[in-house]
Design a protein around this ligand. Structure first.
Ligand code: TXA
Ligand code: MG
Length: 332
């Protein structure tokens, strides 16, 4: 009999998953941002399985998840900026890039001198980390380039048979991936990926300006090896249906072209129940919009639309992270 793909957060299932991870298995696990595909971060054979299952190119390094600060100190050269940010935001949706120590496999960092670390807040993920007693590398549990999974079913739809199992603990609360900040040179912190922790949150905590490097790199940087955050290719997080992105307020009507869906940030009340009209949040709430963004894109992808015209979110705080994902999803 084939193994049952879905596991629960019962003590028995957590123990089973932890043991199989210690033996080199790979499992989709919930975090507060998106579901991750986890493997023992110090076992190159297990890491190789992640790249294979996702179809992920080897130039794209992984985030290593930990449950204790001591683990970060074992894996990376920490600095004062790190401790300030940890105090303010860990555990939580913030990934920090630091110079790596030699024990980190080159496969995890794509041969870079730095390593990405995150201490997730999700209770279930933390229980697995503690039961396992070692750091876990975990990229989002989707096939490379596709929309990240925010439910166990999404992870199953993408990776189903090619992994050892999926722990279902319900939908993720944030719905978009962690903020990524490079503090390997603490004199100039650099934001690579906007996320649930905003640039303003980080600047307030550090009391210093942060270099925003979240836009699409210039052509001369375009070779993957030259990218600042190599996974942040201009096309990413993309459904199969083409998306056309328009400014906030530019979607005014119900769709007139056949096969077109309109995805509003918040559709006007009179259009909310019109056919082929969708909202990221009917109440105009940025948190809800972020939480439902990927679920909405996946749901639209399952219908027969030829195109989706999507409206940007208001361009502040979490809206910047939503628009960053929409922009990449729209890139052809
Ligand atoms: O919320 C999240 O961060 C989720 C959950 C599962 O924790 N994980 C996630 O992983 O989004 P992934 O692999 O889909 O995205 C990781 C990003 C990639 O764009 C990668 O290029 C970047 O982090 N990254 C990892 N290590 C890096 C490094 N040393 N330098 C620059 N970028 C790095
Ligand atoms: Mg990803």
């Amino acid at each position: 009999m084939a193994p049952q793909p879905f596991l629960s957060n019962s003590a028995a299932d957590i123990e089973l998953i932890a043991q199989r991870l210690q033996q080199g298995g790979i499992f989709a696990l919930p975090t507060e941002t998106v579901y991750g595909l986890a493997a023992d971060a110090l076992n190159p054979l297990a890491l190789e399985k992640i790249f294979k299952a996702k179809g992920r190119p080897h130039f794209d390094p992984l985030i290593i998840h930990i449950s204790e600060i001591e683990q970060a100190e074992n894996l990376a050269l920490t600095n004062n900026t790190f401790y300030t940010l940890v105090q303010a935001f860990w555990p939580g949706p913030l990934t920090l890039i630091l110079p790596k120590k030699p024990c980190v496999p080159d496969l995890a960092t794509a041969n870079r001198p730095t390593v990405a670390l995150r201490m997730p807040a999700h209770t279930t993920f933390r229980r697995v980390l503690e039961a396992c007693g070692r750091p876990l590398a975990a990229p989002s549990a989707n096939t490379f380039g596709y929309v990240s999974p925010t439910t166990a079913q999404h992870a199953f739809n993408c990776l189903g048979d090619s992994i050892d199992g999926i722990l279902d603990a319900g939908p993720c609360v944030h719905g978009i991936e962690s903020t990524i900040l490079d503090i390997s040179d603490p004199s100039t912190p650099k934001l690579y990926r906007p996320g649930p922790i905003s640039l303003q949150d980080l600047e307030r905590a550090l009391n210093t300006p942060i270099l925003n490097q979240t836009t699409t790199p210039k052509p001369k940087e375009a070779a993957p090896q030259g990218l600042r955050a190599p996974g942040l290719l201009s096309k990413h997080y993309s459904p199969k249906t083409p998306i056309q992105l328009v400014e906030l307020g530019r979607l005014k009507n119900v769709p007139t072209a056949p096969g077109t869906a309109h995805l509003y940030f918040q559709a006007p009340t009179e259009l909310q129940h019109a056919p082929h009209v969708y909202s990221l949040s009917e109440s105009g709430d940025l948190r809800e919009a972020a939480r439902l963004l990927y679920d909405q894109l996946r749901a639209l992808d399952l219908q027969d639309y030829k195109q989706i015209i999507a409206e940007k979110a208001p361009g502040k705080e979490l809206g910047l992270a939503i628009n960053n994902r929409l922009k990449r999803a729209a890139k052809r």
